[in-house]
Design a protein around this ligand. Sequence first.
Ligand code: SMG
Ligand code: MG
Length: 382
Amino acid sequence: MKITGVELRTIRMPLKSPFETSFGVESDRVAVLIRVIGTVQTHEHQAVEVQGWGECVAMEQPLYSSEYAHAAADVLRRFLIPMLLAESAAGREVTAELIGPLLRAVIGHRMAKAALEMAVLDAQLRGSGQSLASYFGATRSTVDSGVSVGIQPSIQALLDVVGNYLAEGYVRIKLKIKPGWDVAPVEAVRGRFGDLVPLQVDGNAAYTLADARVLRQLDQYDLLLLEQPLPEDDIRQHAELARLIRTPICLDESVISVRAAADAIAMRACQVINIKAGRVGGYLNARRIHDLCLANGIPVWCGGMVETGLGRAANAALAALEGFSLPGDVSASDRFYDQDITRAFTLDDGQIAVPTGPGLGVEPIQDVLDDCTVTTEWLQAT
Ligand code: SMG
Ligand code: MG
């Protein structure tokens, strides 16, 4: 594909209710969106215009990871998009598969790179008429939908929220935990809803190895997994913790690349991996981590980053791959938003349908997008 230009947009969408994790409270989703415009050659050698959408999962503040929305916009504007435009202006074909190697010289900024790769991939697949799920080699048409439940003001509030999600049909509950809000909420949810509800917890790096005794108390509740209890760069200590507790450890923040995933598996730092495309530099790396885990007998599931319908569509396609054997955080749009920027993803019998149209299979609804747009800029080859 030849790139004509790239639109960089910042949006702000209100969340239905504040989402609290061990690192903070979110009331709005600020996100950077990318729209790539280009041309592809048809079999009849005609140039047709295509566009593709990418969503950057970096949050407004650098609390989940070092990336944040405005920094992502900056590195995209200053470095990543110009690299892409220069490549195309030099007459070289740009494909999603080439984005990783093309941007390799820039260290880090994986969420920003992932968004650009996603936009090119969407455009390219729209050009060829293939869905993202088919491109990945997905094996399912719907995916199990789990829900991530934020830290609540009280145990009673938590039980109400969890009860509502179970009534909606979510097939797995994940509780956000932090020191002081861990054993008690798990005990309460087990007490109220029983031992059969698939239940897991996520510490978002808020614990240390010195908390092993507290974390071991979770063993009695038969959790599916304990997600990322220790800091991002503590893979070795996760391996130590894994020897001290029975609950399987799942890594999220620590798995920043295919290499990190391979290291974590080799060090027995986790028995499960949460795959998020943004965290690992894009959907192609996400796919590679899936393949690595499948080959090593490590179950994976698709994480969420409070995405709009664009990212949600791509996550559903990814989660439809064979190795995603645990329900992911791919919830319905109305988990977070009264009004999504794409058609809404809905829960049907605990499942989210994988889009079947070309590319992402969804696109923004223009007036909804306009309503939440804060800034837009257009970049093209100079
Ligand atoms: O999109 O459903 C979602 C959010 C799932 O809990 C979720 N994500 O660490 O897994 C995680 C968090 C990261 C984002 S928290 C603001
Ligand atoms: Mg997590």
